[in-house]
Write a protein that binds this ligand. Structure first.
Ligand code: SF4
Ligand code: SF4
Length: 391
């Protein structure tokens, strides 16, 4: 094993980043038993923890980058070893040394795009509001009730722009006084932070916070659980507190207050996938399900591994930007679970989950390696796309 960084430095960096809990590990292996990687290949968080305890981390190993920060092993750990925080601190060392194994290399382009244009997709900042074309969405101004923050993928990705458009349609139908920041919005920074680029995260966070304050923002409705998580739990590190609501929670509120009526039928069997950063990391399980249950004609059935045991799509922790070979994609397994219960539609509420599931859908649908069970591959929908159809 080759150590690029001095072992003392590794231990110090881990400590500085809240990773001291590593020391508590007694190698029970429960983390490996629940980790989704072990459904597709060998991977051991237990070993990473052990090596880090002795400052023996192999900084060049691809394993350092596997954790999707799904949050399932911290839930299972009897010693409260903070695997995610400690894993991220190891990535900080690798980032500092510029060591990226081949499948991780796309992060360099992502970082450059975040730095230059405020998004990870190599798109121009000035085009950030193009998704609103023809919708007459207002620019946020002080005094408005809500800032709608679609985030990067919903602003630029052709598949996910449909979700942003559905959301704007719902907010308008409910009479919400809302606006967007358009080109003044920057990436929330959640995922780049999990890859270990703390400096870039802080830069993006400061940019957004300044824009929010300058515009008098108080309440933010977000589409991505990653924006939700960082605005709610990480931006307070900068001594600010905004009221943050995920769109699935907001739709629930709007229905409850009688502002949104679900009148049309959606007579399909669906299943709901809990995104890690909405469910496990933030405890939002009931509101999206309650919204779906109120859709006339809709049949909701749970997959195996639901709610706190939800199977990660594979996109968290910056993995959305890394290459995962066929046969190792958690999203393929999740689609198989949805097919296994005969779901016609797999509903979720996260841009990364949708991206990964749509990829898996193509893979499974075009004669990929996995056999399709009777009933076919389910459609992939964001919760807003269902609601838009029934109002
Ligand atoms: S579950 Fe916790 S205590 Fe057990 S091996 Fe993993 S990190 Fe260590
Ligand atoms: S957080 Fe999830 S992906 Fe990361 S090591 Fe734990 S179980 Fe595995």
């Amino acid at each position: 094993m080759e150590n690029v960084a001095d072992y003392k430095e590794i231990i110090e960096v881990i400590k500085a980043n809240g990773g001291e809990a590593f020391k508590r590990c007694y190698q029970c292996g429960l983390c490996d038993a629940v980790c989704p990687w072990n459904r597709v290949r060998d991977f051991s968080m237990r070993k990473i923890v052990r090596q880090a305890t002795f400052g023996m981390t192999d900084i060049e190993s691809e394993d350092l980058w596997r954790c999707t920060t799904c949050g399932i092993c911290p839930q299972a750990c009897p010693r409260d070893v903070k695997q995610i925080e400690s894993g991220v601190s190891l990535r900080r060392i690798a980032t500092e040394y510029g060591i990226f194994p081949t499948p991780v290399k796309p992060i360099r382009t992502v970082s450059a795009s975040l730095l230059g244009e405020g998004n990870p997709l190599n798109e121009e900042r000035k085009n950030r509001a193009n998704w609103t074309e023809g919708l007459n969405v207002k620019t946020f101004a002080e005094g408005m009730e809500v800032l709608y923050f679609p985030g990067c993928y919903l602003s630029y990705d052709p598949r996910l722009k449909k979700v942003a458009r559905a959301t704007a349609g719902i907010l308008k139908a409910a009479g919400v006084d809302f606006g967007i920041l358009g080109a003044k919005e920057s990436c929330c920074g959640e995922s780049i932070r999990k890859t270990g680029d703390e400096e870039l995260f802080r830069r993006l966070a400061r940019e957004n916070i300044k824009t929010f304050i300058d515009h008098g923002v108080k309440k933010i409705v977000v589409s991505s659980p990653h924006c939700y998580h960082t605005f709610k739990n990480e931006y307070p590190e900068f001594m600010v507190n905004f009221q943050v609501v995920h769109i699935s929670q907001y739709i629930f509120e709007l229905i409850d207050q009688g502002k949104l009526e679900l009148t049309k039928e959606y007579a399909k069997k669906i299943t709901y996938h809990d995104p890690c950063y909405l469910g496990r990391h933030n405890g939002v399980y009931d509101q999206p399900r309650e919204v779906l249950r109120r859709v006339p004609g809709l049949e909701l059935e749970e997959m195996p591994d639901s709610q706190a045991s939800s199977l990660c799509c594979g996109g968290g922790g910056g993995r959305i930007w890394m290459e995962t070979p066929k046969g190792e994609r958690f999203s393929d397994l999740r689609l198989e679970q949805a097919m296994g219960i005969g779901a016609e539609v797999l509903v979720t509420s996260c841009p990364y989950c949708i991206t990964n599931f749509e990829d898996s859908r193509l893979n499974l649908g075009d004669g990929g390696e996995t056999e399709i069970e009777e009933g076919g591959v389910p459609e992939i929908r964001d919760i807003t796309e269902i609601i838009q159809e029934v109002i």
